[in-house]
Design a binder for this molecule. Structure first.
Ligand code: OFO
Length: 173
């Protein structure tokens, strides 16, 4: 049976993952209507991955005798100034998510819930990988600057960049 405090922490992480999926869907849609096909594909995929992260939590909470609460999702930003803003915000968001993941791990530790702490390790690893990918993308954007043909190629190549899929086994898999 899940400890109540851990259950609440997992349910609030579920909100974070659901919002991330929604947010990246908004970015994908914005990119699509602005002729940025590669960026759009990249974020549609990010959105799907975040949904999977949410689902993993739903299943884990329920399997451990808790109750997953499916939340109402806040409306994300739907307009962006530039690709740079998109990726700077992307990094900021992922850093905030990493901080939330660490909070949940901290609560598991305090409550001595080591199975859940082990489950959350997948999210810790995922965040490290995602932050690294976004930083690499931002470095590329910095090199390109405002060069239009550089940005064209950046967008075209982005659809081939994937955030690595972490495959640590856990009971919700
Ligand atoms: Fe859920 O992986 Fe980042 O946010």
């Amino acid at each position: 049976m899940l400890n109540k405090r851990v259950e609440e922490a997992l349910n609030s992480q579920l909100i974070v993952e659901a919002y991330s999926s929604h947010y990246y869907l908004a970015v994908a849609s914005w990119a699509e209507v602005n002729g940025l096909g590669g960026t759009s594909e990249f974020f549609y995929e990010q959105s799907d991955e975040e949904r999977m992260h949410m689902l993993r939590l739903v299943k884990f909470i329920n399997e451990r005798g808790g109750k997953a609460v499916i939340p109402r999702i806040e409306m994300p930003q739907n307009d962006f100034k530039s690709l740079r803003q998109v990726f700077e915000d992307f990094l900021k968001h992922e850093l905030a998510v990493s901080a939330k993941v660490n909070e949940v791990v901290g609560i598991c530790h305090e409550e001595k819930d080591f199975p859940t702490m082990n489950f959350m390790q997948w999210y810790v690893s995922e965040q490290i990988e995602e932050e690294a990918v976004v930083r690499t993308i931002l470095d590329q954007l910095n090199l390109i600057g405002d060069d239009k043909s550089g940005l064209y190629h950046f967008d075209r190549d982005l659809k081939n960049i994937k955030t690595p899929q972490i495959t640590i086994n856990n009971t919700a898999n």
